[in-house]
Design a protein. Structure first.
Length: 159
């Protein structure tokens, strides 16, 4: 097994693919949360991917995350066809949203990532059977983002 396959298996078991909508901007959000005793794994993942951030929550858990479209597309390319079960379905929906954002990227650049209703509705329509339970509407997405930003204490690095 090569290193890329190893990380694809790890992502299949632990990753979360979603979108954050905040202040009329949208971000493809990829994250992995592990307990504090496993922070080294997050740093190894970050080193392998070559991008992303790691933060500590107030309860000591570590979160690896990236909210950049270019990084999301690189993750998709790396794991596509390697995930199984519901995670494969999650990736498929996330991929649709990311490529939709890529298609509309110029609109975002001109408008400083301003969302129009068409893009917002498309993203919110993804996976209503799963995302709908967790994120029923834009307000819920904003609340999730506020919770995410509150739980993060500080950017973290190994010394």
């Amino acid at each position: 097994m090569n290193e890329e396959d190893y990380w694809a298996g790890f992502i299949n078991a632990t990753a979360c693919f979603t979108f954050l909508i905040f202040n009329n901007s949208i971000y493809p959000h990829f994250s992995i949360t592990l307990s504090g005793n496993n922070l080294e794994i997050l740093f190894r993942l970050k080193k392998f991917l070559g991008f992303g951030n790691i933060c500590l929550t107030s309860n000591g858990a570590g979160i690896y995350y990236t909210d950049k479209l270019d990084n999301a597309l690189r993750i998709i390319k790396m794991v596509e066809g390697k995930l199984i079960g519901s995670k494969s379905e999650d990736l498929s929906q996330w991929r649709k949203g990311c490529y939709y954002l890529l298609k509309h990227r110029e609109l975002f650049r001109r408008g400083k990532n301003k969302l129009n209703n068409e893009v917002r509705e498309f993203i919110l329509s993804l996976r209503p059977n799963r995302l709908g339970k967790k994120m029923k509407n834009n307000e819920r997405l904003i609340e999730d983002f506020k919770y995410f930003t509150k739980t993060i204490c500080v950017p973290y690095s190994l010394k």
